[in-house]
Design a protein around this ligand. Structure first.
Ligand SMILES: Cc1ncc(COP(=O)(O)O)c(C=O)c1O
Length: 378
C-alpha cells in the first residue's frame, strides 16, 4: 500500500498534526494508508450531489449491514432487533456500564488496557477493579480474576482482541472467563472493534456466540473505526444480548444518545459492504510490518522485548531491560524524535512499556526503528 508522507503531513488528524514535523508519529491508533476508494466515493457522491440535508438512508442501514458483515467475516449473525446504534464504541460502553451499576459499584477491567476504559469508570464514580494481565503472552488468568472481584462488582469491560497487547482470547480462556462471570452474575461489555485485524489465520472469537453462559449477559460492541480507519465517522453498532439492557436503553428519549451523521454512516456502510479487498491488502501490509518489527527487535541487541501480537496493529514494547526503562516514550520523543504511547496510560504497572503503531509504510517503519535503535541500549 502506498503511503504519501506529504499527504500525511497535511492531514488535520491528531496523529500527524500533534507534533512538530521532525517527529515520526506512531502513537494514536490511526493508520497511515489512504482510505478505501469505496469509502471515498460514498462521501464524494454526497459532496457531488450537495446531499447534506436530513439524509438517513445509510444510518438506517448500519444495523443490517453490520450484521451481514459479522456473519460473513466472523461466522455468526447478531439478531438485528437486538442491535442498537451509538456514535462511538466508548459511548456504548459508558451507557451500558452506567445502566448496570451505581456509583461506588465495582467495574472490572484487564490491564494494561486502552486508557479510556479506566477514565470512564472513574468519571462515572464507579470503582476500578483492576485485574493485571501478565506478560509475555497476556493470557486470561481465572485465579487473578476471581481474587480481584468483590461482591460489589457488577460489570466487566472486556476487550477482544486486546488493545494494547494484541492478544486474541481462545475458546478455553473464554470458557474459563464465562464460568466466573456467570458465577458472580456480572454483565460483560465486550469491545470487539479490533475483530477484523488478526494474523496467522487466528480467528477472533466473539464472546456472545461462543459461550452459552454469556448470552444473557453480553453486549458486543462493533465499529468500522479500526479496521477501515474511520475513527472520524462516529458510528458504532452494538448487539445487546440481555433483554433487560435493551428495555432500559429503549426508555431513553430518541435523541438522548445522539444520532449518526449521514457522512459517517455512508462511509461505514460503504466499508462493510464494498471495501473487503482493501481491508485484505491492509492486513497483508500490517502483517508484513509486524513480522519485520518483531524480527528486528528480536535480532538487534537493544534490550527491548516484544511479544508477537496476534491481532491489531499495535506493538506493546517492554523497555525494562534498556537504558530508557524509566519513561521510554518521553525519552524516545526527545532523543529519537519518535512518538509512541506511554505505557503508564494503560496500567499503573506499565511504566516501562510503550505502544508502537505499525500501520504505516515499510519505509516509515524502518526509519522509526532506526531512530529507536540509535538511542536504546541494553
Ligand atoms: C479497544 C478500543 N475501544 C475503543 C476505541 C475508541 O474507538 P471509537 O473512537 O471508535 O469509539 C479504541 C480506539 O483505539 C480502542 O482501541
Amino acid at each position: 500500500m502506498d503511503v504519501d508522507q506529504q499527504r500525511l503531513r497535511s492531514l488535520k488528524g491528531l496523529k500527524w498534526s500533534k507534533y512538530d514535523p521532525d517527529i515520526l508519529p506512531a502513537w494514536v491508533a490511526d493508520m497511515d494508508f489512504p482510505p478505501a476508494p469505496e469509502v471515498v466515493s460514498a462521501i464524494q457522491e454526497m459532496v457531488d450531489l450537495g446531499d447534506f440535508g436530513y439524509r438517513f438512508h445509510d444510518a438506517d442501514l448500519l444495523i443490517p449491514t453490520w450484521c451481514d458483515w459479522i456473519e460473513r467475516s466472523h461466522g455468526w449473525r447478531p439478531q438485528e432487533d437486538e442491535c442498537r446504534t451509538f456514535t462511538s464504541s466508548m459511548q456504548a460502553l459508558e451507557a451500558v456500564m452506567v445502566l448496570h451499576s451505581q456509583p461506588g459499584d465495582g467495574v472490572a477491567l484487564f490491564s494494561p488496557i486502552y486508557m479510556p476504559f479506566r477514565t470512564a469508570i472513574e468519571q462515572a464514580e464507579r470503582r476500578v477493579i483492576d485485574i493485571q494481565l501478565q506478560g509475555p503472552d497476556w493470557k486470561f488468568d481465572g485465579e487473578r480474576f476471581t481474587d480481584a472481584l468483590d461482591p460489589g462488582t457488577r460489570v466487566v469491560l472486556f476487550c477482544q482482541p486486546h488493545n494494547p497487547t494484541g492478544h486474541v482470547y481462545t475458546q478455553k480462556e473464554i470458557d474459563e472467563f464465562a464460568a466466573i462471570v456467570e458465577d458472580r452474575d456480572l454483565i460483560v461489555i465486550s469491545d470487539e472493534i479490533w475483530a477484523d485485524i488478526t494474523f496467522d489465520g487466528i480467528r477472533h472469537l466473539s464472546l456472545f456466540p461462543n459461550n452459552r453462559a454469556l448470552r444473557d449477559r453480553t453486549i458486543t460492541v462493533g465499529s468500522a473505526s479500526k479496521a477501515f480507519n474511520l475513527a472520524g465517522a462516529r458510528c458504532c453498532v452494538a448487539h445487546v444480548g440481555p433483554t433487560a439492557t435493551r428495555v432500559e436503553l429503549d426508555k431513553f428519549p430518541d435523541h438522548y444518545f445522539g444520532v449518526n451523521s449521514s457522512f459517517g454512516a455512508a462511509a461505514t456502510v460503504a466499508a462493510w459492504t464494498r471495501a473487503e479487498s482493501w481491508l485484505q491488502q491492509v492486513k497483508e501490509t500490517i502483517e508484513r510490518n509486524r513480522n519485520y518489527l518483531h524480527d528486528r527487535i528480536s535480532k538487534e541487541t537493544s534490550g527491548i522485548e516484544m511479544h508477537l501480537p496476534e491481532a491489531t496493529y499495535l506493538a506493546w514494547l517492554d523497555f525494562s531491560k534498556t537504558n530508557l526503562s524509566d519513561n521510554p516514550s518521553k525519552e524516545l520523543l526527545e532523543k529519537a524524535k519518535v512518538a509512541l504511547e506511554p505505557g503508564k496510560k494503560y496500567g499503573t504497572q506499565c511504566g516501562t512499556f510503550a505502544r508502537l503503531n505499525f500501520a504505516t509504510s515499510m519505509e516509515i517503519l524502518e526509519l522509526i526503528l532506526d531512530r529507536i535503535f540509535e538511542v536504546v541500549t541494553e
